[in-house]
Design a protein. Sequence first.
Length: 304
Amino acid sequence: MTAATVEFAKMNGLGNKILVIDMRGRADRVSPAAAVSLAGSPETTFDQIMAIHDPKLSGTDAYIDILNCDGTRAQACGNGTRCVVQALAAETGRKTFTFQTIAGILNAVEHEDGTISVDMGEPVFEWSRIPLAEEFHDTSRIELQIGPIDAPILHSPSTVSMGNPHAVFWVDRDPMTFDLDRFGPLLENHPMFPEKANITLAQVTAPDAMTTRTWERGAGLTLACGSAACAAAVSGARTGRTGRRVTVTVASSPNRQALTIEWRERDNHVVMTGPAEWEWSGTLDPATGVWQRSTSSESGASAS
């Protein structure tokens, strides 16, 4: 590895494609141009980059810079955080970590069975902090719809911030049967959301279970979105559709994998538990995105 390159791992959380990039010991950042270049390569295409930097705050283990595949910076990524935990646990042997992100402090722990819990903090319901462009006294159901006014396809979403803005549309059938790749861009960029929004379709299947599918802000259709699962679980409990602990099956993930989400009463925090998976490792230039697979990784070496 030359001075210009850093180590990275190609990982996933329920199919959510993640690049974990080790930027510790450096003052620079992964550039938007590098992110776009990496996203454009079939081997390194991703939903989010999780760049690990030296800690900025005492008591934290690292600062995590999160980038979307279009080069924009994201505030939160639950599936990506689990990948970071798995990578650092394998490196250090530790099980608990505290990270700083744009959205705040995240605490996480790797369990004996390999699953990882991330404390995603408290949900935010105030319209101005989500944020929404219009004032709503009750953000559990706002006025927004797609389709004919007398027979909308999607309508009345619950809105919440999990460090990033979310709109959860409640549907009565499998979310995979909806044309989310057509509605997603319209809703993500709707004037109601001045900072754009993550758009989730959620079907409640039991008082303690739901199925979701998400169009991610800055990433598009993804196989999974951890913060969206949290937003849907919180919104389900808030609207009386579910209890405060639910299994969220992510419809678009491989084999419809699931997360366990608990909205704790004692401190109002949302805790997400699920797996992470390493695929292969390599090195890359954080300025350009030029990369190379490590010779010890499966499938041998290749370069962009």
